[in-house]
Ligand binder design. Structure first.
Ligand code: NAP
Ligand code: HSE
Length: 432
């Protein structure tokens, strides 16, 4: 029998608990797949005194994560702590010791990926991170392994399970934002700081990773234009439905020549589009290649089971290579830094929701400002909101326009005495 591969697990929370349970309960099946046993040697947590669901053999749990990484019996470190601080130091330490690492940490990979890949390369170690994007959906391995002959032009998707769960609950059940978020947290979908989900940063880390891999040029997370979902109001879902659209937190990265434009924001998607029907915790990633065309990968984007599936796929790939005496599997390679054309280059249709006085001339004044900025109106809906105060709400759908033109129109509309407020500005993505 091949020697066991010693596993050190860092973190025993939502994901770590499911990984530990699978390693223990499926040991025989995993050994058969890897060609060597995967032996869980030690598990590090912040608070070893805390009650846990995962039933571990005695003596495995410790509060000293550094000792797990340093343990000579640990060949493979699985990092499911999250964040860049402690987790980053532990991953660097493991790679510097030549230990292989599997991480679900999108923040760390997005911020420090190139440095970590270089460290792994220098020490003959593997660093894999399938679970960092799309939970249980295999997307990173197919991107690197199966599409290298393509020139990819775009990556788009719904890549945050928590916000998709919240938006679906708000659209389909009329749920309040806070209740839907609490439900997503209880189901183990949310980040330890859920503002990372709600404000779009988690999706920004993920699109930064996907874009860097797809285009072979590093897109740092700070180059991603980000808007979260907090400003959405119940009436936006109603207008969207009436106009034939769903609202999703969409992440996109597109080539503009050799530059890459990456963004995360809520968007209206036509109901006929497959992404508009990706609901609940489901995620979907679309990759557009010049040879393969558009491919869509869909599945559970968060949650302990799906994420453990992706973590263990990486662990098995490394274990199988070690058992076969092969070099550690793939390395994304060095990346040049991608240039960004800036958000002014975005061109889509737009949905605007405005509070206006309900009197003659208002619509004409608004249409004039939009027209002067060369933004053309495609459809308008007006609702009386407070008839006693003569206030109405306008939902305007524009034709395609440059973001820079829409920004100029919005600046003018905000000064217009005929408008009380512009309460929502959402892009409309007609895409594939
Ligand atoms: P979590 O439930 O908050 O668990 C984090 C674990 O890390 C806890 O067990 C915690 O210990 C431990 N920990 C924190 N600081 C530590 C330290 N300094 N040393 C040792 N252990 C430490 O988080 P999670 O939801 O499992 O997520 C973990 C990672 O997976 C994150 O990178 C996340 O982005 C990623 N991810 C999560 C999902 C998901 O659906 N949840 C999906 C894909 C990727 P205590 O238990 O003692 O507090
Ligand atoms: N918090 C993340 C989400 C976990 O909701 O998508 C999966 O990466």
């Amino acid at each position: 029998m091949t020697d066991a591969i010693g596993v050190g697990l860092l973190g025993l929370g939502n994901v770590g608990g499911a990984v530990a349970t699978a390693l223990l309960e499926r040991a025989a099946a995993l050994e058969e797949r890897a060609g060597a046993p995967l032996a869980l040697r030690r598990v590090a947590v912040r608070d070893p005194g805390k009650a846990r669901d995962a039933a571990l053999p005695p003596g495995l749990l410790t509060g000293d994560a550094g000792a797990v990484v340093a343990d000579p019996a640990v060949d493979l470190v699985i990092e499911v702590i999250g964040g860049e601080g402690a987790a980053g130091a532990l991953v660097r330490d493991a790679l510097a010791r030549g230990k292989h690492v599997v991480s679900a940490n999108k923040e760390l990979i997005a911020k420090a990926g190139p440095e970590l890949f270089a460290l792994a390369r220098a020490h003959g170690a593997a660093l894999r991170f399938e679970a960092s994007v799309g939970g249980g959906i295999p997307v990173i391995a197919p991107l690197l392994r199966d599409l290298p002959a393509n020139r990819l032009s775009a990556v788009r998707g719904i890549i945050n399970g928590t916000t998709n769960f919240i938006l679906t609950a708000m659209a389909q059940r009329g749920a309040a934002f806070a209740d839907a978020l609490a439900e997503a947290q209880a189901l183990g979908y949310a980040e330890s700081d859920p503002t990372n989900d709600v404000d779009g940063h988690d999706a920004a880390y993920k699109i930064a990773i996907l874009a860097s891999l797809a285009f072979g040029a590093r897109v740092p997370p700070e180059a991603v234009a980000v808007e979260g979902i907090r400003a959405l109001a119940p009436q936006d879902f109603r207008y969207a439905r009436e106009l034939g659209y769903a609202i999703k937190l969409l992440a996109t990265a597109e080539r503009h020549g050799e530059a890459v434009l990456a963004r995360v924001h809520p968007a209206l998607l036509p109901e006929r589009q497959p992404l508009a029907r990706v609901d609940g915790v489901q995620n979907a990633v679309q990759l557009s290649g010049d040879l393969a065309g558009t491919l869509t990968f869909q599945g559970a984007g968060a949650g302990p089971g799906p994420t453990a599936s992706a973590v263990l796929a990486d662990a098995l790939a490394i274990a199988a290579a070690l058992a076969a005496g092969a070099p550690p599997p793939w390395d994304p390679g060095p990346w040049r830094e991608a240039a960004s054309p800036g958000p002014g280059a975005i061109e889509t249709r737009y949905y605007l929701r405005m509070a206006v006085p309900d009197r003659p001339g208002v619509l004409a004044a608004i249409a004039r400002e939009l027209g002067e900025a060369r933004v053309s109106i495609a459809a308008v809906e007006q609702r009386e909101t407070q008839p006693e105060r003569g206030t109405a709400e306008l939902a305007i759908m524009t034709h395609r326009a440059r973001e820079s033109a829409v920004d100029a129109a919005l600046a003018a509309l905000r000064l217009l005495p005929e408008a009380h407020a512009v309460n929502a500005v959402l892009r409309v993505e007609d895409g594939p």
